[in-house]
Design a binder for this molecule. Structure first.
Ligand code: CP
Length: 359
């Protein structure tokens, strides 16, 4: 990294692009706080623990009317742009709800056929325009790398508002990984935390951005073993395995779910991501019937294991599994809202007020 580059405003785009991810991640922070949130590599264990603690504090405060009234006074002077040009239910609604909890105003573009992109405006110019009307831009886009490009671009303008990546291409979904970690923290609270657990990822691991971000965050914990179970065509890619090797993380790659289930502490299911098919019907021809959870698989799973899923699901988890106490994927959805409140509170530096609240 050029010696003097302490911020994105001090480095050219070409030089920035050529940096290793760890150096890029450092430049997304400001004054030792998260500012832009672009990749999972920005998070370390202390910040994961801090965000989890703040989220838990917020959910307790929010149980009472006086607490909700207090939370709404935190950021009424801030507004968020929700730019979601790819479909979303949970991420959009949880960020929207998170903003409302903190009193923030929100504006949104979800259907770009109603925006000036329809007239040929570039996505870069669209995002720059959004920065005129908002104090944070939360964006989901099919174009991998666009969030990173916009973080650099806005940092070099007179309105350098933070960018939060709510899903970028096939690459990263860092705030989903935050809610996954928060769910694991809570699930294993009385079992020594996440350290030492065996986490089994199942499904479309080649194109699942949530898996890629979570695999990275799990390297912040001691002794975690990661297991990747998928058909060969949908198996985890070498870049993630390279990251695991570099962090001395134990891992296993295979295709026998039934065999690994009795050893799993957490099973992270995913759907086939056929929106990324290069040829029509390509992934429909892959046999995924062995990568599903139903009553037979529940019988093999430890009594204190948990089943996660970023959702939406298709057929990979039977609806009957929902009633099993080990199924925590609906809790994950609500955890997503609380951890995103905590993240916005951190970015705008109001976590101290939240910690001090005594109402
Ligand atoms: N997990 C997730 O990103 O869900 P949505 O696509 O509904 O936002």
């Amino acid at each position: 990294m050029p010696e003097k580059a302490r911020s994105l405003a001090e480095i050219s785009w070409d030089a920035f692009q050529s940096l290793p991810l760890a150096d890029k991640a450092r430049l997304y922070s400001r004054d030792q706080r998260l500012f832009h949130v672009i990749v999972a590599q920005q998070f370390d264990r202390p910040i994961l623990e801090e965000l989890g603690a703040v989220a838990t504090r917020i959910r307790r405060i929010a149980k009472l009317k006086a607490g909700m009234d207090f939370l709404r006074t935190q950021l009424p002077h801030k507004s968020a742009m929700l730019y979601f040009s790819q479909p979303s239910t949970r991420t959009f609604l949880s960020f929207h709800s998170a903003c409302q909890i903190l009193g923030m105003r929100t504006v949104e573009v979800r259907d770009t056929s109603t925006s000036s992109e329809r007239k040929g405006e570039t996505q870069e110019d669209s995002v720059r325009t959004f920065s005129s009307f908002s104090d944070v831009i939360i964006m989901r886009h099919s174009k991998g790398g666009l969030a990173e490009k916009m973080a650099w671009t806005l940092s070099n303008t007179e309105r350098p508002v933070p960018i939060v990546n709510a899903g970028s291409g096939k690459d990263q979904h860092p705030t989903q990984a935050l809610l996954d970690i928060y769910t694991l923290q809570r699930s294993f609270e009385k079992r020594g935390g996440i350290d030492g657990k065996k986490i089994v990822f199942v499904g479309d691991l080649a194109r699942g951005r949530t898996v890629r971000s979570l695999a990275q965050l799990l390297t912040c914990y001691r002794g975690v073993e990661q297991v990747f179970i998928a058909p060969p065509q949908l198996q985890i890619t070498d870049d993630i395995l390279g990251l695991l090797r570099a962090s001395n993380t134990r891992f296993e790659v295979g295709d026998d779910l039934d065999k690994i289930l009795p050893e799993a502490d957490a099973v992270y299911m995913t759907r086939v991501q056929d929106e990324w098919d290069e040829k029509a019907g390509e992934s429909g021809r892959i046999d995924t019937s062995r990568f599903c959870i139903g009553a037979d698989q529940l019988a093999k799973l430890k009594q204190n294991a948990v089943i996660l899923h970023p959702l939406p699901r298709r057929g990979e988890i039977s609806v009957e599994v929902d009633r099993d106490p080990r199924a925590v994927y609906w809790r994950q959805v609500r955890n997503g809202m609380w951890i995103r409140v905590a993240l916005l509170a951190h970015i705008f530096d109001v976590t101290g007020n939240i910690r001090d609240f005594s109402g």
